[in-house]
Design a binder for this molecule. Structure first.
Ligand SMILES: C[S@@+](CC[C@H](N)C(=O)[O-])C[C@H]1O[C@@H](n2cnc3c(N)ncnc32)[C@H](O)[C@@H]1O
Length: 250
């Protein structure tokens, strides 16, 4: 595991370009609607079940307490929101927001099966969050930021809805730079994931590796966070450098 504190560098134009996605929003939404029922199972197959552990770490970084209030952006099937909800219980509340109705239906069913956990799943766009300024103690996004059509805007929105002193946490897949992990990563993401995914949805699981490659590396992402006004930015790399957890303070 590697840790780094970050000071922003690099040309703003290059960073801006790095934050632009290539599928438009209706395409992304339709894609997640299509794969919603198989999304969790595919995650478990593709990560050997490790994705739960990574979301637990992201939830820890949000530093929530019982009675707190948190937002999970691009919540999908809701696993990170449920992790957050366990940390704000008793008395707290978590909202999971996403623009894919089908993903939210799966999330809602999981939430309903967990009595004592207060989590609400709502439809909304990460680029225009339907919540007032400073409404939450923390905002998280797990494996969702690389799908934002405008990363800077999505992160600025997360910062806006968190109170001063609260945290913004980003959990993402990142491309390892050094062998042997980089070789394994290429084999896994460019060949095995699309092959496995073709049984479910060819477009979605071809999009996954390209969206990961297009996404800013850990330092660049930290720079985007800094430009959105977040402070005390740190990141941790885990799973041999394949998973990055970034945290910034509002
Ligand atoms: C790879 S899934 C991640 C789901 C979940 N956070 C997890 O940890 O597994 C990405 C999710 O981001 C959502 N998404 C992408 N762009 C969005 C946007 N602009 N607004 C709301 N949701 C968005 C998709 O609908 C999808 O559910």
């Amino acid at each position: 595991m590697a840790k780094a504190d970050f000071a922003p560098t690099g040309a703003p134009e290059a960073l801006e370009e790095a934050t632009r996605g290539s599928l438009d929003e209706p395409q992304v939404r339709a894609m997640f609607d299509r794969i919603a029922l198989l999304y969790d199972r595919m995650n478990t197959v593709m990560t050997a079940g490790l994705h739960h552990k990574w979301r637990r770490r992201a939830a820890d970084l949000a530093q929530l307490s019982p009675g707190g209030r948190a937002l999970d952006v691009a919540t999908g099937t809701g696993d990170l929101a449920l992790e957050l909800a366990a940390r704000v219980a008793p008395g707290g509340e978590v909202i999971g927001v996403d623009f894919s109705e089908r993903m939210l239906e799966v999330a809602g069913a999981k939430g309903a099966a967990r009595p004592g956990i207060r989590v609400r799943f709502e439809t909304g766009n990460a680029l225009a969050l339907p919540y007032p300024d400073g409404d939450f103690d923390a905002a998280t996004v797990g494996f969702g930021a690389r799908n934002f059509s405008d990363l800077s805007r999505g992160l600025a929105e997360m910062k806006r809805v968190v109170r001063p002193g609260g945290r913004v946490v980003i959990l993402e897949i990142t491309t390892p730079r050094r062998p042997p992990l980089s070789t394994f990563f290429s084999l896994w993401f460019d060949r095995i994931v699309p092959a496995l995914g073709s049984a479910v949805d060819t477009q979605a699981y071809a999009y996954l590796p390209s969206s990961v490659r297009r996404f800013p590396g850990p330092d660049e992402l930290a720079a985007v966070m800094a430009r959105c006004g977040l402070r005390q930015i740190r990141y941790v790399l885990t799973a041999g450098g394949i998973i990055a957890l970034h945290v910034g303070v509002v």
